[in-house]
Ligand binder design. Structure first.
Ligand SMILES: NC(=O)C1=CN([C@@H]2O[C@H](COP(=O)(O)OP(=O)(O)OC[C@H]3O[C@@H](n4cnc5c(N)ncnc54)[C@H](OP(=O)(O)O)[C@@H]3O)[C@@H](O)[C@H]2O)[C@H](O)CC1
Ligand code: K
Length: 512
């Protein structure tokens, strides 16, 4: 399923109308009917709807929805703003048809706020068709006051946003002055970025995607840059294990990490790698840590790397060169910590790893001192920053990262020729060719130490299994989120990282 920007949606709309020959009015009719149907499907007790319509095509959808609700026997009052001259031909026609059918259609003006307030207080549903993907700039009056009125007065009503809640920016998820706090958003044809980006995502309520008659080949023709992460994208690579396979058939993942005080991070990555199907996993720790990790991990191999006082030493990475021919992927970072000579150390690892690599945690912090070292890489490289690590890498604030989740990882991935996995609710995956994938799986239970280490291990294992990076990364992120969801048996507060690892197998089974 694609994830659209406002411009991509406009292009698709134009393509359908001008090149395929489907009239705009037909799309609007389908849109408005879908919204009304979504409301009727809820079988609510009350049947009084207030429809708020703007002068754009979003408003047009609102006029159509009003007609369908009225024909289902609902009591409907439409309040509209703007002017008839500004309406598109389709919106004007559907506005007229509401009038001709004798529906109550009221022009909103500030002097009538009291009348609307009284209706908002006693209606059962508010349809928000004020602004859709055509919004630009700061909101002009009377929109901010109207939005405030709805949020304040229609407390008991089901608030249904058409396409997007009015007042949110489609592409960035920013709130322009104020936005409708919807309970349900019925989005037309495909989800948009704002449904997955904060703060807008918090204004959407439950998201429903309505089919308005745009076939999938038309969407593929427009080729939007982003998709929602669904198993259909990569399921073909999730093959059952062959009865003729052996451990060598499923790759050898090396996890580098586990310095003093952080042994558990490397152990979690290693265990997650095994659960994600790697044939062999070796966990490399500073030599002083070797006995401890060996006692912790039964199924993994362990290497003691040159180290001092439980931390890696700068000169130790030739160990990797000597053993590289036995490996098929490496994950560097879980519990690596900071140590003298770390930049040289990481550079050596980047050079001496002629296979896919995952960089996480302190490996990313070391990298942020000289990101240009990524240009050394000749093989797939995956970075898995959380917003703080992304900010360090990009040299900006965490707030700037969070406000630009749709843009910063993509620019980074393209510039350095890597895959960036910006973690958080709805992890954003940016590929080196500019494509993006937004992940819908996950759970608040994953907001705990150890979750990132598990993701690193899963991704490393899928890459070690020679699954191409464009499939392995979305697959791993999806499985990780699903394992997090499944791990919650009672309270999301109490889930342990090891319980998430236990759910990797059931999650893979669920999507296979
Ligand atoms: N996806 C599809 O194929 C279909 C989508 N439909 C619906 O169409 C809207 C997009 O419609 P569009 O007409 O492009 O735009 P909007 O209705 O969202 O907004 C335009 C009106 O809003 C006014 N506006 C814009 N920004 C502001 C602002 N900051 N403050 C106040 N008013 C604003 C604008 O006025 P201008 O004077 O600025 O031009 C317009 O009046 C999409 O979301 C779907 O709901 C189709 O119905 C079906 C096909
Ligand atoms: K809307």
């Amino acid at each position: 399923m694609y994830l659209f920007t406002a411009q991509e949606m406009r292009d698709l709309d134009r393509y359908m109308i001008e090149e395929i020959g489907v009239p705009g009015a037909a799309l609007m009719e389908n849109a408005g009917r879908s919204v009304a149907q979504a409301i009727l499907n809820r079988k609510l007790q009350g049947t009084f709807a207030v429809v708020l319509a703007g002068s754009g095509n979003n408003g047009g959808d609102g006029f159509v929805a009003a007609r369908y609700l009225a024909s289902a026997g609902w009591d409907v009052c439409v309040w509209w703003i703007g002017s008839e001259e500004k309406m598109s031909e389709e919106t004007r026609a559907f506005h007229q048809s509401c009038l001709k059918l004798g529906l109550s259609v009221q022009l909103y003006e500030r002097s009538r706020a009291g009348e609307l307030k009284e209706m908002l207080q006693r209606c059962d549903v508010v349809v928000d068709a004020l602004l859709g993907t055509g919004v630009h700039g700061e909101l002009r009056e009377p929109l901010p006051e109207l939005i405030r009125l709805v949020n304040l007065e229609a407390e008991q009503a089901l608030k249904v946003a058409v396409d997007i809640p009015s007042g949110v920016n489609t592409d960035t998820g920013a709130i322009m002055t104020d936005a409708i706090q919807a309970d349900v958003t019925v989005t037309l044809d495909s989800p948009k970025w704002c449904h997955y980006l904060r703060p807008a995502a918090e204004y959407c309520g439950e998201l429903q995607v309505a089919d308005i008659g745009i076939p999938s080949f038309a969407k593929a023709h427009q080729a939007p840059q982003a998709r929602l992460n669904t198993p259909e994208m990569w399921k073909a690579y999730l093959k059952p294990r062959s009865p003729w396979g052996h451990k060598g058939s499923y790759g050898h993942l090396l996890v580098v990490g586990g310095s003093r005080g952080m042994l558990g991070a490397a152990a979690l990555s290693g265990m997650a790698g095994l659960r994600a199907g790697a044939g062999l996993v070796t966990v490399a720790v500073p030599e002083q840590q070797e006995q401890a990790i060996a006692a912790k991990l039964t199924e993994a191999l362990v290497w003691g790397w040159p180290g001092t006082d439980g931390f890696f030493t700068a000169s130790g990475s030739q160990v990797l060169g000597e053993r590289a021919d036995r490996l098929s992927a490496v994950a560097v970072g879980p519990g690596v910590g900071r140590f003298a000579g770390e930049t040289e150390w990481l550079k050596e690892i980047l050079v001496r790893s002629p296979f896919p690599m995952v960089l996480d945690a302190d490996a990313l912090n070391i990298l942020s001192e000289d990101p240009s070292m990524l240009h050394i890489r000749q093989h797939p490289t995956v970075l898995t920053p959380h917003p703080g690590e992304m900010a360090r890498l990009a040299g900006c604030t965490v707030q700037e990262v969070e406000q630009n989740r749709h843009r910063i990882p993509r620019e980074w991935a393209q510039f350095y020729g890597v895959t960036v996995v910006l973690k958080g609710t709805h992890t954003v995956i940016a590929m080196s060719d500019g494509r993006q994938v937004v992940n819908p799986t996950g759970s608040p239970a994953l907001a705990k130490g150890g979750s990132g280490d598990i993701l690193t291990g899963i991704l490393g294992a899928l890459l070690a299994r020679k699954i191409p990076v464009h499939a392995a990364v979305p697959m791993g992120v999806y499985i990780h989120g699903l394992a997090g969801e499944r791990a919650v048996s009672d309270s999301a507060h109490s889930v342990l990282a090891t319980e998430v690892i236990d759910q990797i197998g059931p999650a893979i089974h669920q999507i296979s």
